[in-house]
Design a protein around this ligand. Structure first.
Ligand code: ADP
Ligand code: MG
Length: 899
């Protein structure tokens, strides 16, 4: 009997080998398949699995597993295509917080991670239902399942009872579990990208015979780049395209290709994708544009069902220059040179420009992906790919947003430790942010904030594509500077001054050189030369003296970088190979040589990499500003690498299931989302142990008087605040009355609020009047590019006027928290400014950690604002808070599943 209503939503996830499986709760329809799973299991497997069914008949087991969910019992099934390949169940016995589990996977699918994946999802479901431990009775010799438990990453204890072992798994997730899940996720992700970026065979579907056909152009590029695998064309009207054999349909190909590139009309993209899935294609690139939302959804569904990763739609294609692959599945004009830069772009046009720019610099590309509409593969997947492809050492991104922002900040921070990660911050328009209602959201706008966020993630963000290439040239060719001290060397005094100014503007320093070095240089250079910094060699200098001079400065340890600004003279001619060689000679011994950059003032065009033999190069810029900015980015990267990454802070006493329940109850009441009322806000904050002012709700004047008597502060003062669903900014509407003393004042205040606000006020909030302190703001806001941010700064009514806020990406590490606390201009007030006592900084740090945790737990959290937080030497109190939730499900970082 079918219970379609009991069929829960399916999620897709990747196995260790990169193939896709679907997971969902079992339903009565599954009974036949579950029975078959048992019947097909070998006796050995049945015995050794710790599955409860080994003690029962298959019939009974199937009945029990597929029964509609009941309290304390859940069953998850895993499916591949239409086949059920595994089941996992938990059931509470006596203690509602502890459940027994059982697991079974089809014989032919062991060692693929099906069991682990089912368990991860079972852990998640159980945690959401308030279960704290799993127990499992396993035969002592069942090594496979013991290994599965151990690998899970949760804490497992064992009790030996004769031939069986009772494993007790504690479900509370921690950073260890998170990294175990994360590592499994990355392994699976990378494996799933294999058919996409390292295909052994490719079919171009929609390869036309006429010139001008996009499919034909791709086929042409694949052939011209000498693709290492087999190539097919799919075209129902031709036997061959560009002398490559053509077949009427993907199902007619002699073998299912690893990769299919779709260049068919938008209307037939979904059905073509379905056919690819059936034919066993490994991955899809869809270049076609103009799919409507429904067609895009059908396309994604077809890819999930068929276990295919998807690039696009609406993209330029992909390329991998690895010698054993040689794939150029793009319709760009030129094939990228092989090399070490990974490139991902959203727009095809920018992709072409970027590839052209890199080619001009002679920087080769490892892989190139035009992501288009990013229905599946995003920059996060590529960052992970480059992280372990063994080739990429420089990542370039040009994107409007970074895939799943929640995953982005973790991934970027990890990958940026291995390689420079460059992106263009095109500067988001303010319009989108203005739509956000609370002041916290508006405060997140400034460019300064965006710069800080990129910096926190270790990303080098430039303002233009040109600046991106300027940085790429420097980071590709030179070591990182240890600091920001620059020596400017020039053969024309004016050029040296320009360059020194440019360095200062970019935030670098041009320090005076030490006396002995100045003397040393003076002896080398023509008589009229000035050897302070900038070093003016005069136009009379000859190349050997100039290069000697640069070399001595580089070795001196007095500066962290050398900028050589040259104007061509008869003596230095344009740029002789000997000069370039001098600029790039590595120090044979002694300290690491600082980076050297050239500015050729006659060049006046974009950056070049001057070759100096033995593969060494030096970047040369047309303008000192470009060189200085690139150096400044390199200094920032070096500083980021030197900064301790810190650990993510785990505040104690957090009730995440409780918070989830508050969020779900609110969204059940207000499905479209909106502001929590005061009580809901209280409940949510209590789950995170956020120190709120004591408060009570009063429906009537008398209740307000009674509450005031209970709550009054040491000097008897109370605060009355109007509360109501639409009252977000209370004092703007005259809804906050402070420092009230005695029954009469309270009664008068209550009447005043009632008169002023009428029906907008549903009740009154009574709080003790807090002692004087520094009013601060702390909050969370969602940024469409970066994901959840934690904000901190000056609060109270001044917060809008002064806009003194800083923001950092959640989740915060201890280093992040320290930086966030010290970033706003108001910070000196906290640490005892002008003889004042320092406020409770630990309390503030703890508050920020708790807000960060809340943001990490609740993807529904659109914004949360504590304003003001009153900070005093003896503690902190949140006297006002508001929270807005939206109905969206983010990705649980503890749960692997595809978007
Ligand atoms: P809103 O932000 O909605 O206007 P608040 O509750 O933040 O309302 O109150 C406005 C201002 O009143 C605060 O910025 C703070 O200066 C002051 N205030 C509010 N509650 C208290 C309190 N319990 N003790 C002392 N001052 C308070
Ligand atoms: Mg306020």
């Amino acid at each position: 009997m079918a219970h379609p209503a009991s069929r829960t939503r399916e999620v897709c996830a990747l196995l260790a080998d990169g193939s896709t499986v679907r997971l969902r709760e079992a339903c009565p329809d599954d009974r036949g398949q579950v029975l078959r799973l048992y019947e097909e299991m070998s006796a050995d497997n049945l015995r050794s699995r710790f599955f409860a069914a080994s003690r029962r008949s298959g019939q009974q087991a199937a009945d029990r597993l597929c029964a509609p969910p009941r309290p304390g019992h859940r069953t998850l099934v895993a499916l591949r295509g239409d086949r059920l390949i595994g089941v996992a169940e938990y059931e509470t016995v006596d203690d509602p917080a502890s459940a027994e589990i059982a697991l079974a996977v089809a014989d032919d699918l062991h060692h693929r991670g099906v069991g682990t994946l089912l368990l991860e999802h079972l852990v998640h479901t159980a945690r959401e239902n308030g279960i704290a431990t799993f127990t499992a009775d396993v035969l002592a010799d069942n090594h496979l399942i013991h290994q599965v438990f151990a690998d899970l990453g949760l804490r497992v204890t064992r009790q030996y009872e004769g031939p069986t072992v009772r494993g007790i798994i504690r479900l509370a997730p921690d950073e260890r579990y998170l990294s175990a899940v994360d590592l499994r996720g990355r392994t699976a992700d990378t494996a799933s990208m294999q058919p996409l970026l390292c295909p052994r065979s490719i079919a171009v579907i929609g390869a036309g015979t006429r010139p001008g056909s996009v499919g034909r152009a791709i086929l042409h590029n694949l052939r011209e780049a000498h693709f290492a695998g087999r190539l097919y064309a799919v075209n129902p009207h031709a036997h061959a395209v560009l002398r490559i054999p053509a077949y009427p349909s993907v199902t007619d190909l002699p073998q299912p290709p690893d990769l299919a590139v779709l260049a068919v009309p938008a209307a037939v993209v979904p059905e073509t994708a379905v056919r690819c899935g059936r034919a066993g294609v490994g991955a899809l690139v869809v270049v076609t544009s103009g799919l409507d939302a429904a067609a895009e959804a059908e396309l994604t569904a077809a890819c999930r069902h068929g276990g295919m990763r998807l690039v696009g739609p609406n993209c330029l294609g992909i390329a991998n220059t690895e010698a054993s692959i040689r794939m150029d599945a793009t319709f760009a004009v030129a094939t990228p040179l092989p090399g070490t830069a990974g490139v991902a772009v959203q727009s095809g046009g920018v992709g072409i420009a970027l590839l052209e720019g890199l080619a001009h610099l002679g920087i080769g590309v490892s892989s190139f992906v035009s992501l288009g509409d990013k229905r599946d593969v995003s920059s996060n997947d590529l960052l992970q790919w480059w992280e372990c492809d063994g080739r990429t050492d420089l990542a370039l991104l040009h994107l409007e947003s970074f895939g799943n922002p929640r995953a982005f900040s973790r991934t970027a921070r990890r990958v940026a430790r291995r390689m420079p990660l460059l992106t263009v911050d095109a500067g988001r328009s303010a319009a989108g942010r203005r739509a956000a209602a609370s002041h916290t959201a508006a405060a997140a706008t400034p460019t300064m904030t965006r710069r800080a966020l990129f910096a926190q993630a270790g990303i080098t963000a430039t303002r233009t594509l040109g600046e991106l290439l300027d940085c790429a040239a420097l980071l590709h060719s030179q070591p990182l500077p240890a600091g920001g001290r620059v020596a400017v060397v020039s053969n024309a005094g004016g050029a040296g001054v320009l360059a020194a100014d440019a360095c200062a503007d970019a935030g670098l320093t041009v320090p005076e050189l030490p006396q002995d070095l100045v003397a040393e240089l003076g002896a080398l250079l023509p008589a009229a030369a000035g050897a302070a910094n900038p070093v003016d060699t005069t136009p009379a200098v000859r190349v050997p003296a100039l290069s000697d001079c640069v070399d001595r400065i580089a070795r001196s340890g007095a500066v962290d970088a050398v900028l050589v600004a040259l104007v061509p003279t008869a003596l230095t001619s344009a740029v002789g190979a000997d000069l370039v060689a001098a600029l790039t000679t590595p120090a044979p011994d002694g300290p690491v040589r600082p980076p050297v950059v050239a500015v050729l003032l006659d060049q006046m065009d974009r950056v070049r990499l001057l070759a100096a033999g033995e593969g060494r190069t030096v970047p040369s810029y047309g303008e000192p500003q470009s060189a200085a900015r690139a150096l400044c980015h390199a200094v920032e990267r070096a500083r980021w690498l030197a900064r301790p990454p810190g650990g993510i802070v785990e505040p104690a006493g957090v009730d995440a299931p409780g918070a989830r329940a508050v969020a779900e109850a609110f969204l059940a009441r207000v499905p479209a989302g909106g502001w929590l009322d005061a009580r809901e806000t209280d409940r949510l904050f209590a789950c995170y142990g956020i120190p709120r002012a004591r408060q009570a709700y009063a429906g009537t004047e008398q209740e307000a008087v009674d509450a005031a008597a209970r709550l009054a502060s040491h000097d008897g003062g109370v605060v009355l605040k109007a509360a109501g669903p639409a009252l977000v900014h209370k004092s703007e509407r005259g809804g906050v009355l402070l420092d009230l003393h005695g029954e009469q004042q309270i009664r008068a205040a209550h009447r005043e609020l009632t008169a002023r606000l009428g029906t907008a006020m549903s009740e009154v909030l009574v709080q003790p009047m807090a002692a004087h302190g520094t009013e601060l703001l702390a909050g969370v806001v969602q940024d469409e590019v970066f994901g959840a941010l934690v904000l901190f700064g000056l609060g109270g009514t001044a917060s809008d006027v002064l806009a003194d806020h800083a923001a950092r990406l959640a989740p915060l590490t201890d280093t992040d928290i320290h930086e966030l606390l010290t970033a706003p201009r108001c910070t000196p007030l906290l640490f005892g400014y002008r003889g004042g006592l320092p406020v409770d900084v630990h309390g503030l740090e703890d508050l920020l950690a708790r807000l960060s945790r809340m943001a990490d737990d609740l993807p529904e959290l659109a914004e949360a604002e504590c304003n003001p937080v009153i900070a005093r030497p003896d503690g902190i109190t949140v006297v006002d808070a508001r929270v807005r939730l939206l109905p969206r499900r983010g990705r649980d970082p503890y749960l692997r599943r595809l978007p």
